[in-house]
Design a protein around this ligand. Structure first.
Ligand SMILES: *Cc1c(COP(=O)(O)O)cnc(C)c1O
Length: 230
């Protein structure tokens, strides 16, 4: 089923992109694999997916030992605590939910120790929901400017989770705001900042996200079926 589901989602991605005159090649499908097994991760990579998203450092650490010979871009898409930064850098290629200077500085310190660069996205709370992590839209540009001087961090764009509401027009406004922020920041031409990516859209709203400019959509349920736990 995983293979068929991925094919179907790619078709939907292409249709959504076409609707607004974008090329489907501008949109990467990330498989969100929290609660899924190593074999399920291998199956999506075999189906042609290059980006894997996991929410928790500890959960992925265990899976990663069985994936070290498998090439993919592994993204941490959940909140990262500073005391888990070291472990995160040992298994993730990207940290997609950076939302404070304090966290970024902890990542910089570890990246320097490991003598590597790390790709990051800045998570923005576009919905204003208090339960959500992310920097507020009004503070995003200032944070990115502060991150631009951290030499081992490469800011690759912004990430958001749309509001959990039925009304897709509200969700669309969240995504549109992320794109406008991205465009504003890209115009500043700060060093180490490449604002190519907008990671937005999940199973229920990825088509709207693509219409609003997403370059990465994060899909779990539509690939694997409903999650039984967590
Ligand atoms: C779980 C999760 C997803 C995927 O959600 P689905 O609704 O299963 O597609 C995407 N992004 C984040 C940050 C998540 O935690």
């Amino acid at each position: 089923m995983i293979f068929e589901n991925v094919q179907q989602i790619w078709q939907n991605i292409a249709a959504a992109a076409k609707k607004v005159g974008r090329s489907p090649n501008e949109v990467a499908l990330m498989a969100v694999t929290k609660t899924r097994s190593v074999n399920e991760i291998k199956a999506v990579i075999q189906a042609g997916i290059h980006h894997i998203g996991e929410n928790r450092v500890q959960e992925f650490q265990q899976k990663y030992t069985a994936l070290t010979d498998i090439t993919a871009n592994y993204h941490l898409i959940g909140h990262l605590q500073t005391n888990k930064v070291k472990a995160a850098l040992e298994c993730f290629d990207w940290i997609d939910a950076v939302d404070s200077l304090r966290l970024a500085e902890a990542i910089q310190k570890q990246a320097e120790k490991l003598n590597r660069n790390i790709d990051i996205l800045v998570e923005v709370n576009t919905s204003g929901e208090e339960s959500k992590f992310g920097v507020l839209p009004a503070q995003t540009a200032a944070l990115v400017e502060q991150l631009s001087v951290l030499p081992n961090l490469r800011v690759r764009g912004l990430m958001t989770i749309g509001a959990f509401v039925e009304d897709m027009e509200i969700v669309r406004q969240n995504f549109r705001q992320l794109r406008q922020l991205r465009d504003h920041i890209a115009n500043q031409n700060w060093p180490n900042v490449d604002m190519k990516h907008l990671s937005m859209g999940m199973t229920h709203d990825y088509e709207v996200a693509i219409e609003e400019g997403a370059t990465i959509v994060r899909v779990g349920t539509a690939i694997f079926g409903p999650r039984l736990q967590k």
